[in-house]
Design a protein around this ligand. Structure first.
Ligand SMILES: NC(=O)c1ccc[n+]([C@@H]2O[C@H](COP(=O)([O-])OP(=O)(O)OC[C@H]3O[C@@H](n4cnc5c(N)ncnc54)[C@H](O)[C@@H]3O)[C@@H](O)[C@H]2O)c1
Ligand SMILES: O=P(O)(O)OC[C@@H](O)[C@@H](O)[C@H](O)[C@H](O)CO
Length: 461
């Protein structure tokens, strides 16, 4: 590998017109890739360059800096892998570089701020407002009040402080485009940012309300963490050494609803859909894809599987996913045929053996995901008198997972999760149901489903 050349830019970089927070794999397989595609054929000065910031880490920013922001996207489809070098990312920074963050956001040429900061990264409480009790949010707000804007860590406070820099520079409005898997991500981002601004500077909150638009999106492209051997596979195709390679699937979807107050790349010319209302798409995606992923992660993990492809190949786990889809489909509003096609594609996407999507990664932050993916369906199904097993089983499996079975628990709210699921299993199950306003009368059934998931589990103890 070391004899290979690193990727290097030969053409001039496009100007920075977009900023991104959360320099992870998904951003590079999705928003940066759509932007790269939309740039093709435009003169460099009309293209959209992106300055992207990691959460905190420095490693990926350093790797990308050494190759002028270029990286390989390895698309693993049925015809074998294909490699594409993505050119839209022109500057990569560690999230700790707040000076560059403020400088880019204060630039009038910047028109769009995209986000992938995870569901938990919005730091909102159960009421959907910024959680001012969150220790890191409180620390950030104090630092900002004291003028220490180089020490901010949470996404909402970093964004609000970036908006202050922008207002100060007279750079005008921009559009914030959250791309995390949560319902109403535009409205959530807006409330989180306004919540932070209001505490420190109410005039700034007014400015954001008047000048900044928050676009809602549904995003889709299964993008696992890069694994062993991926860089070598990419190198065989490109002849270049690329430690920042990202592996993804051929499928990609992006639905966007909202105003772009300062313009945007022509994403709609390269496959993205600009829609009036994103809710039907977002619900389809969150319930059918992400809901099924959560079942595979919690139940499949307990049955000893390590990846999505392995778990969906287990006929019992696959039957639980099918049962979930049967219950979830009637709760969606898109035409039945469209939904059936989507599920048909999911069966193939999940089974793609080249995508090693580890259940451990998919399982993270269940405390944020269960109420969005399963609770509304459970409530709707229970009120119609239909058998709820398909939607209750994932909650039961999550309780076992949170109590230590299957893949390890990773959750931004791990302390609260452990409190909820501790002690006697029947009591824990009932506590969890009550926590999400579900009928505690479902406890006995949930315990039976938990038993079913745990039966034959190599890790049952
Ligand atoms: N991977 C996928 O298949 C996929 C598909 C659709 C949507 N998403 C969304 O994208 C998010 C990121 O996925 P990924 O695969 O890129 O993960 P990743 O682990 O590769 O990267 C996550 C990025 O977010 C940053 N980050 C994490 N927490 C943050 C925080 N609190 N504040 C600011 N930045 C933070 C990290 O530093 C990193 O840069 C997911 O949580 C999900 O909401 C992912
Ligand atoms: O990204 P999360 O953590 O919301 O959920 C894990 C996976 O379900 C998710 O990343 C999917 O792969 C993705 O949403 C596909 O578009």
């Amino acid at each position: 590998m070391s004899d290979l050349r690193r990727l290097r830019r030969t053409d001039p970089s496009p100007p920075v017109r977009m900023v991104h927070l959360g320099l992870g794999n998904f951003f590079r397989a999705h928003q940066a890739w759509y932007t790269h595609r939309a740039n093709r054929g435009l003169p460099p000065e009309e293209q959209w360059g992106i300055a992207a910031f990691s959460g905190r880490s420095t490693a990926v920013a350093e790797q990308l800096k050494e190759q002028d922001g270029l990286y390989t996207l390895l698309v693993d489809g049925p015809q074998g892998p294909e490699a594409e070098v993505v050119e839209s990312l022109v500057a990569a920074y560690p999230g700790t570089d707040l000076a560059s963050w403020h400088r880019h956001l204060a630039d009038p040429a910047v028109a769009v701020l995209t986000l992938t900061v995870t569901e938990a990264g919005y730091r909102v409480g159960a009421d959907g407002e910024l959680d001012l009790e969150d220790d890191q949010v409180a620390e950030d707000l104090e630092a900002w009040r004291e003028g220490r804007t180089d020490a901010l860590a949470t996404a909402p406070v970093r964004i609000a402080s970036g908006m202050a820099a922008r207002r100060g520079a007279g750079a005008g409005g921009l559009s914030v485009v959250p791309c995390d898997n949560l319902p109403g991500n535009g409205a959530t981002a807006r409330r989180a940012v306004l919540g932070a601004a209001r505490v420190v500077d109410p005039d700034l909150a007014n400015w954001v309300e008047a000048q900044v638009s928050f676009v809602s999106t549904a995003v889709d492209r299964i993008t696992p963490r890069t694994g062993e051997g991926d860089a070598e596979r990419a190198a065989e195709l490109t002849g270049a050494e690329d430690p920042a390679v990202v592996v993804t699937e051929p499928f990609a979807e992006w639905d966007l609803a909202g105003d772009f107050v300062a313009g945007r790349p022509a994403w709609d010319e390269v496959g993205a859909e600009v829609v009036e209302d994103v809710v039907p798409y977002e619900r389809r995606k969150l319930r059918l894809l992400n809901g099924a992923h959560s079942i595979l992660a919690y139940a499949g993990g307990i049955r000893g599987h390590e990846t999505v492809a392995e778990a969906i190949a287990d006929p019992e786990v696959a039957a639980w996913v099918e049962q979930w889809w049967e219950l979830a489909i009637p709760t969606l509003t898109l035409p039945r045929e469209t939904l059936d096609d989507y599920v048909g594609a999911l069966r193939e996407r999940f089974a793609n053996p080249a995508i090693r999507h580890r259940l451990e990664q998919v399982a993270a932050d269940g405390m944020q995901k269960i109420p969005v993916r399963f609770v509304p369906v459970l409530q709707e199904v229970a009120s119609s008198g239909t058998d709820v097993d398909g939607a209750l089983r994932p909650v039961a499996a999550w309780v076992l997972h949170a109590r230590g079975q299957g893949v390890p628990l990773t959750d931004a709210a791990a302390g609260r999760v452990r409190e909820l699921v501790s002690g006697d299993l029947p009591e824990a199950m009932e506590r969890v149901l009550r926590h999400w306003d579900l009928d505690p009368g479902l406890t006995t059934r949930a315990l039976a489903l938990a038993d079913e998931v745990a039966v034959a589990s190599p890790q049952e103890g």
